[in-house]
Design a protein around this ligand. Structure first.
Ligand SMILES: CC(C)(COP(=O)(O)OP(=O)(O)OC[C@H]1O[C@@H](n2cnc3c(N)ncnc32)[C@H](O)[C@@H]1OP(=O)(O)O)[C@@H](O)C(=O)NCCC(=O)NCCS
Length: 168
C-alpha cells in the first residue's frame, strides 16, 4: 500500500538535496551524493528520484537505469533455446534505494514500477528483452523476487524479468 499519496518521480536535477539521503547502505548514499550527477552528465546512467510534492527538494528514494546485454549462458535453458545465439539487450536497474525514514511505505515498489514503465515505453522504439536488477545482498534479492524477478545463473545478485511477462 502507498502511504505517500503526493509522491512524484522525476529525473535527478540540480535542486535535489543529495547529501541528506540515508538508506542504510552507505555505498548507495555515497553513489547518490558523489557519482550520480556525473553519470547522468556522461550519459552512463539515468537517475530518477522520488520526492514528495510538499518538499520537492528532499529525495525520498532513487533508482538508476542504463542498458546492458545478457549472455545467453546466464539465462535458464528453456528461455535461451528460444533466442538467437548472441547476447540479448536488457535494461539495468543498477541501484534502487529508499530513505530510511520512508522505507516500508511502498516507495520501493513505486520506484520499481516506474523503472519498468519507462523501460516498456522505450522498448517500443528500441528492442529490450528483459529488465535486470543488481541486488546488494540476499535480502534485497527477496525484495525483487516477490515481483517475479529470478536470478541469472552465474550471478546470484543479478536478477531478471523478461518484458513479455509484464502486464500492467
Ligand atoms: C529494499 C528497499 C529498496 C525496499 O523499499 P521499500 O520502500 O522499503 O519497500 P516497499 O515498502 O515498497 O515494500 C514492498 C514489499 O517488499 C517487502 N520488502 C521491503 N524491503 C525488503 C527487503 N529488504 N527484503 C525483502 N522484502 C522486502 C515489504 O515487506 C513489502 O512487502 P508487503 O507489500 O508484502 O508488505 C529499501 O528498504 C532500501 O532502500 N533498502 C536499503 C538499500 C537496498 O537494500 N537496496 C536494494 C537494491 S540494491
Amino acid at each position: 500500500m502507498i502511504h505517500i499519496p503526493t509522491l512524484m518521480i522525476t529525473a535527478l536535477g540540480p535542486t535535489h538535496g543529495r547529501k541528506d539521503f540515508k538508506c542504510g547502505a552507505e555505498i548507495l548514499d555515497r553513489y547518490l551524493e558523489k557519482q550520480a550527477g556525473q553519470d547522468v552528465k556522461r550519459r552512463i546512467s539515468r537517475v530518477y528520484v522520488a520526492t514528495d510534492l510538499q518538499h520537492p527538494q528532499v529525495i525520498i528514494g532513487f533508482y538508476t537505469l542504463s542498458t546492458l546485454s545478457i549472455d545467453l549462458k546466464q539465462l535458464p535453458d528453456q528461455l535461451a533455446q528460444k533466442l538467437p545465439r548472441h547476447p540479448v539487450p536488457a535494461a539495468l536497474i543498477g541501484r534502487l534505494a529508499v530513505n530510511k525514514t520512508a522505507q516500508g511505505q511502498g516507495v520501493g515498489t513505486m520506484l520499481l514500477a516506474d523503472a519498468i514503465k519507462r523501460t516498456l515505453a522505450v522498448s517500443d522504439q528500441i528492442a529490450i528483452y528483459a529488465i535486470v536488477v543488481d541486488a546488494m545482498n540476499d535480502n534485497a534479492s527477496k525484495f525483487y523476487e516477490q515481483f517475479g524477478f529470478t536470478r541469472l545463473s552465474d550471478d546470484p545478485q543479478r536478477l531478471f524479468l523478461p518484458l513479455k511477462s509484464i502486464h500492467f
